[in-house]
Design a protein around this ligand. Structure first.
Ligand SMILES: NC(=O)c1ccc[n+]([C@@H]2O[C@H](COP(=O)([O-])OP(=O)(O)OC[C@H]3O[C@@H](n4cnc5c(N)ncnc54)[C@H](OP(=O)(O)O)[C@@H]3O)[C@@H](O)[C@H]2O)c1
Length: 318
């Protein structure tokens, strides 16, 4: 029997999937076969299509990234779709993984699914402690159910299905569409367009004061590989930079201006909402396992992300 691992990555064409591809290619390991899937390979909301795909590739391991994801407005107006599509997608991937005998599945939750009213810093024990923010309750409950299913598959069938909880991710191959982008790709596109049109004012929504934890997609990819190969708990682990590495939106805007070599003025539109001041997550559990893991310095990761967009803006998801 072959000892070779066959690792299937659902959602392999997105921000996180592309970063995992980059790290896997740089490692060049010969005892692992990697298959990166997109929605064109199969609609994972469809059980039969999912089963066919898994029977074709016969994975020994799965990194499950595929999800219906969207911005605030899309979530608010489509909570039912986010709930049903993600519940179906996750149920199909986990059930089919069980049926074809996958040894380990690492699924992806998110720090934005935590209870709306909670203590900070948030940690892994608090996922189910109260209702999520009303704006994205469909997405959040569907994601939380992955953790519940992992526990149930483990208890009933002994499956090694686990999950990780990243904070805000950014990097090459992000989603830059203003309708659905997160703050970093949104501001990258905005500043790129401002400069292309000869503008000299970079307007950022809100006061610039809120603090956020951002993880570079390539750092997250390295941590995903660690989770796949070495993390043996069923309970989730938060994958985030350290608490002292929170940055303000103002610092982010300054780093972006520097990365673009933008000499104009940065303005903060204080008539626009800030959102929560901070939502700090604790990475104590991760640090217990990997005390020496080095995150890429934020300004370097921003420079690399900006350089990628400048070179690839025509093929980027705008
Ligand atoms: N981005 C963040 O800040 C962040 C933070 C925390 C957690 N996460 C989680 O990380 C994971 C990956 O996120 P991402 O930012 O890399 O997302 P992304 O760039 O939007 O990619 C989503 C991926 O899912 C695939 N997909 C969507 N619906 C599908 C379906 N019905 N069937 C098959 N494939 C489908 C997409 O395929 P196509 O390319 O063909 O559309 C794409 O490969 C998600 O589970 C997300 O919840 C993201």
């Amino acid at each position: 029997m072959s000892l070779k691992k066959v690792i299937l990555v659902t959602g392999g064409s997105g921000l996180v999937g592309n970063a995992i591809q980059t790290i896997v290619q740089s490692e060049g390991k010969t005892d692992e076969t990697w298959i990166f899937l997109s929605s064109r390979d199969a609609d994972l909301c469809d059980y039969n299509a999912t089963k066919q795909l898994f029977e074709k590739h016969r994975p020994t391991h799965v990194i499950h990234l595929a999800a219906m994801v969207g911005g605030l407005f899309h979530n608010m107006s489509h909570n039912l779709d986010f709930l049903r599509n993600n519940l179906r997608l996750n149920d199909n991937v986990l059930q089919v993984s069980f049926e074809v005998g996958v040894k380990k599945v690492v699924s992806c939750l998110s720090t934005c699914i935590f209870p709306d009213k909670t203590q900070y810093p948030i940690d892994e024990t608090m996922v189910h402690n109260g209702p999520p923010h009303p704006s994205n309750f469909g997405y959040s409950y569907a994601k939380r159910m992955i953790d519940v299913m992992n526990r149930a598959y483990h208890e009933q069938h002994g499956c090694q299905f686990t999950s990780v909880i990243p904070c805000n991710v950014f990097g090459p191959h992000d989603n830059y569409n203003p309708e659905s982008s997160h703050v970093i790709p949104g501001l990258i596109k905005k500043l790129y367009d401002t400069i292309s049109q000869g503008g000299d004012i970079f307007t950022v929504m809100g006061t610039g004061k809120p603090l956020r934890q951002f993880i570079y997609s390539l750092d997250l990819a390295r941590l995903f590989l660690w989770a796949l190969r070495e993390y043996n708990e069923i309970e989730p682990v938060i994958l985030s930079v350290d608490e002292e590495d929170e940055v303000s939106i103002k610092d982010l805007a300054n780093d972006l201006a520097k990365a673009f070599d933008f000499k104009g003025k940065i303005e903060f539109d204080v008539t626009k909402a800030d959102g929560q001041y901070k939502k700090t997550a604790s990475n104590k559990k991760l640090r217990k396992y990997l005390p020496d893991f080095q995150f890429t310095p934020f300004s370097q990761a921003i420079q690399e992300s900006v350089d990628w967009y400048k070179t690839n803006h025509e093929i980027a998801r705008n």
